[in-house]
Design a protein around this ligand. Structure first.
Ligand code: NAP
Ligand code: MG
Length: 483
């Protein structure tokens, strides 16, 4: 059985509360990565559309800044309810344009919806501060204000959650937005924007420009001097381009960039937990996650048992169209994604790695790759220093804790690390010494709306979610009051 694809889709730009064609009427295609069919064409915005969108955000900001926390919280709450009520529809759109199995797509809808709910609750808790000045002549009062119009740019791998994670705190804080979703997965984002319109978000607060030429739209926003902040999720490479552009206008930056997560199994780990954690940390989203376990370091004394159990489970996964019942693993996002994974595996094998399972590309349409486990991977294999973004687990043995900590931290990235151990001492040591923004201790999943998501080193700047998520969209103002 294959779930049917919704027939009513938003495919236009959304500017100042109006769905509209691109100025030059251009469109670009959206492909289903499981079938290679073109499922829709969406408006292909350019610099003129970027200017219209930012103009609308700029004009709406003054009024939106005066909205009450309760109004903003209520809009987010309604959006949460609408997203939840539309779970099946949103999941079907996401699976069709991105490939993940429907069960995972529904999970992402629930996660994205929970972001909206979390920030509906945060909107009404924007605090301030007061203090006595040191000399006693003034009273210090600190208030928080929306930072102003924000540029939001999101990737294709979590088309709903990444948008929700940025729009929700911006709405809660009272910021207006211009939003460019990934060209590979625009339909889910447009459906989310329509839900915000239905939820009562005022015209001009959220404007969306889809485009096949990212820089022609985003460059305009970055150089305008009107946008005060950029919130980006995507590759470290593009993040650096935006950071340079942000410097010109001294914009605030939130950057959720790439990762190269170590997954460490210590000698005393509960191997059942470790294998279960490995399945989640590796295979969530077909491995196309910034949080995906990229390098498996397993203590030599347990590596054979761990690798055997893990590869058995990997080999049992059913690969297929994510819209079909019983599929565990969907296609990768595009041809480049499959070719990259293939070449990383070939490189590792040429340097001595053994394939325990997978390493093949099924025939027929779609960008499929079989779940793969490699052992005896050489340290200088490309797979060790490249974000795999696919269903490939590369396993290496280690002997000492010093050695594995050094290897784990030997990367320019620092998003997340996973550690499996039953010892309190080792758990404390590893959580302290891993150079990462997030640790999964005996778990393969860290994403949670109530937690500050983000990385250190070249994995990014700032955090999304948690208590501090809203702060990224707020500016502090301090008033000295003479007493
Ligand atoms: P990407 O190529 O960096 O694209 C991300 C977004 O930036 C897309 O909307 C893209 O538009 C846009 N973009 C590309 N070039 C641009 C430019 N010159 N100026 C302005 N915008 C530009 O990343 P991706 O391939 O979509 O996603 C995979 C990456 O995202 C991985 O590195 C992954 O680790 C990272 N990621 C990080 C997190 C996190 O929270 N840390 C979460 C998810 C993903 P187009 O769609 O038109 O290319
Ligand atoms: Mg890209």
């Amino acid at each position: 059985m294959t779930t049917s694809f919704p027939t009513t889709l938003q495919t236009q730009l959304f500017i100042d509360g109006v769905w509209q064609e691109a100025t030059n009427s251009a469109t670009f295609p959206v492909e289903n990565p499981a079938t290679n069919e073109i499922i829709a064409r969406v408006a292909d915005g350019g610099p003129e559309d970027a200017a219209l969108a930012l103009g609308a955000a700029d004009r709406a900001q003054a009024e939106w800044s005066k909205s009450t926390p309760r109004e903003r919280g209520d809009i987010l709450r309604r959006a949460f309810e609408l997203v939840t009520a539309n779970t099946d529809r949103l999941a079907a759109i996401m699976t069709a344009e991105m490939g993940k199995p429907l069960a995972e797509a529904r999970g992402e809808v629930a996660y994205g919806a929970d972001m909206l709910r979390w920030f509906s609750e945060e909107a009404v808790r924007i605090g301030g501060d007061s203090a006595a000045s040191l000399d006693g002549d003034t009273r210090i009062v600190v208030t928080k204000e929306p930072i102003g119009p924000c540029v939001l740019v999101t990737p294709w791998n979590f088309p709903l959650a990444m948008g929700a994670r940025k729009i929700a705190p911006a709405v809660a804080a009272g910021c207006t937005m211009v939003f460019k979703p990934a060209a590979l997965t625009p339909l889910t984002s447009l459906a989310l924007v329509e839900i915000f319109r239905e939820a009562g978000l005022p015209d001009g607060v959220l404007n969306v420009v889809t485009t096949s030429r990212a820089s022609s739209v985003v460059d305009h926003w970055m150089s305008s001097g009107v946008a005060r902040k950029v919130s980006f999720t995507g590759s470290t490479e593009v993040g650096k381009v935006l950071l340079e552009q942000a410097a010109d206008n001294v914009m605030r930056c939130s950057m959720e960039l790439g990762g190269n997560a170590p997954f460490i199994v210590l000698a005393d780990a509960d191997l059942e937990k470790a294998v279960e954690g490995a399945m989640t940390a590796k295979m969530r989203n077909m491995g196309e996650a910034c949080t995906a376990a990229n390098r498996f370091f397993v203590h030599r004394s347990v590596i054979e048992e761990f690798s055997g159990k893990f590869s058995k489970k990997m080999s049992e996964l059913r690969v297929g169209n994510g819209a079909s019942a019983g599929t565990d693993v969907g296609p990768l996002i595009d041809r480049k994604g499959v070719e990259k994974v293939e070449s990383l595996v070939a490189d590792a094998v040429s340097k001595g790695a053994r394939v325990l399972t997978g390493a093949s590309r099924p025939e027929g349409p779609g960008y499929f790759y079989t779940p793969t486990v490699l052992v005896d991977v050489a340290l200088d294999s490309e797979v060790m220093s490249t974000e795999i973004f696919g269903p490939v687990a590369a396993i290496l043995p280690f002997d000492s804790e010093e050695e594995v900590l050094r290897l784990a931290n030997d990367t320019e990235w620092g998003l997340v690390g996973y550690v499996f151990t039953e010892s309190m001492d080792k758990a404390l040591r590893f959580t302290a010494e891993l150079e990462v923004g997030m640790v999964g201790l005996n778990t393969g999943l860290v994403s949670n709306p109530a937690a500050p998501f983000g990385g250190v080193k070249q994995s990014g700047l700032g955090r999304e979610g948690g208590k501090i998520g809203i702060e990224e969209f707020l500016e502090y103002k301090y008033t000295a009051i003479a007493v």
